[in-house]
Design a protein around this ligand. Structure first.
Ligand code: NAD
Length: 392
């Protein structure tokens, strides 16, 4: 079939197998061009490994550190003539590139929140890896079924305590508009904490510990975001921020557990990048479009792969993590530099639909977004027939 992008709001419902493979190869080439990280982990479990920060973490650990990688994700294979999801194609490409490079790479496609997927992963580690020396937790999910009660919780993106009205970007129609979000109910706050908080990360680490599959010196990292004040009502101070507070507390408990192995756990506060998860958050795509312009002008621009390479190079290959006063890795340091934030803040009140192209880097937002689904990659013939069925 011939596969073209079909964008519906903030998602693209199609993905291109060859384009996704080219995108993965591009990220591998970026890592290789930046040099090997030989002191890095050697057996890495990545939960949320198929797209965004988790995929880039997997690529850096495999192609930078030479690690065996076990990836967990929830993706859709091709069915009934429809293309698979991007994360499916990304993983197929990653596994074939890893194996061609002599690197062990396996994946489990299923619900990471379930006990059965945890058991399957532990079984694979026991049989094939023995132990893991790093666990990356990079899930972004709209819902979670509690493994004990069976109750389904939903994650929402809402302010807390009062409603919020602010500028946002309709990326599909290229319009700067206003969005109003009503204050979250207690149930919505609780649901978001259940899905995006740290309960599941703790369950993973306890299960891995009980099964005896954590190696001496093991590290575990989950990802956080802080960002600028314009996003705080719906991010840091909103429902998702409440979940992040919870996962930060989980990081401290996991860190205490990993002391048994002379290991460490921490949150890493990462920069804002274009991913499937971030494009769904109101306000954030407009902020990213401005941020990219400012950071490119200052020679500081990083996408997912550059940000994860720097995380590994400066932190995850070092003997100890260097943390801020709240115990977090701050790889968002360039984004949060006062000169960067001042430049963004100066643009924010002026930006509108008419001047979007001059005041922001929206020109690269849409291509970056489409690349997540394998569209717009050099060397891929998008007019040619392609088989949507790809085996993992
Ligand atoms: P993403 O949407 O690109 O990736 C999410 C991953 O989670 C995918 O691999 C998906 O398959 C997996 N997943 C979702 N539900 C699952 C389930 N039930 N079982 C198994 N796998 C499941 O997201 P992302 O933007 O890379 O976000 C990852 C983390 O990074 C999140 O904690 C997010 O808050 C954080 N973060 C993101 C940004 C950003 O700008 N994107 C910035 C800082 C921090």
């Amino acid at each position: 079939m011939i596969i073209k992008p079909k964008v519906r709001g903030f998602v693209c419902i199609t993905a291109h197998p060859e384009g996704c493979a080219a995108h993965v190869r591009e990220q591998i080439a970026t890592v290789k061009s930046q040099g090997s990280l030989s002191t890095g982990p050697k057996k890495v479990l990545i939960i949320g490994a198929s797209t965004g920060y988790g995929l880039s973490s997997r690529i850096v650990s495999a192609f930078g550190c030479g690690a065996a990688t076990l990836g967990v994700f929830f993706e859709r294979p091709s069915d009934g003539g429809k293309p698979a999801s991007a994360g499916w194609y990304n993983t197929a490409a990653l596994q074939s590139e890893a194996r061609a490079a002599g690197l062990w790479a396996k994946s489990v496609n299923g619900d990471a929140f379930s006990d059965s997927v945890k058991a399957e992963v532990i079984d694979i580690i026991k049989k094939e890896l023995g132990k893991v020396d790093q666990v990356i937790y990079s899930l972004a999910s709209p819902r979670r079924t509690d493994p004990v009660t069976g109750e389904v919780y939903k994650s929402t993106l809402k302010p807390i305590g009062r409603s919020f009205t602010g500028k946002t970007l309709d990326t599909d129609r290229k319009l700067v508009t206003e969005v109003t979000l009503e204050s979250a109910t207690d149930e919505e706050i609780h649901g978001t904490v259940k899905v995006m908080g740290g309960e599941d990360w703790e369950l993973w680490m306890e299960a891995l510990h009980s099964a005896g599959v954590l190696a001496e010196g093991v590290t575990s990292v989950a990802y956080d975001y802080i960002g600028p004040e314009v996003t705080w009502p719906i991010y840091k101070d909103g429902t998702i921020g409440r979940a992040k507070q919870h996962i930060n507390a989980s990081a401290k408990r996991i860190d205490a557990l990993l002391k048994l192995y002379r290991g460490q756990a921490s949150m890493s506060v990462n920069k804002a990048v274009v991913t499937q998860a971030s494009s769904a958050i109101p306000v954030v795509p407009l902020y990213i479009s401005i941020l990219f312009k400012v950071m490119k002008e200052k020679g500081l621009h990083e996408g997912c792969i550059e940000q994860m390479y720097r995380l590994y190079k400066t932190q995850l290959t070092a003997p100890y993590l260097t943390l801020d006063d709240q115990g977090r890795i701050r790889i968002d340091d360039w984004e949060m530099r006062p000169d960067v934030q001042a430049a963004v803040a100066a643009i924010w009140p002026q930006v509108n639909t008419e001047n979007l192209d001059t005041l922001t880097d929206f020109a690269s937002y849409t291509p970056e977004f489409l690349k997540l689904f394998g569209f717009g990659l050099a060397g891929v013939n998008y007019d040619a027939e392609v088989d949507p069925v790809v085996q993992l």
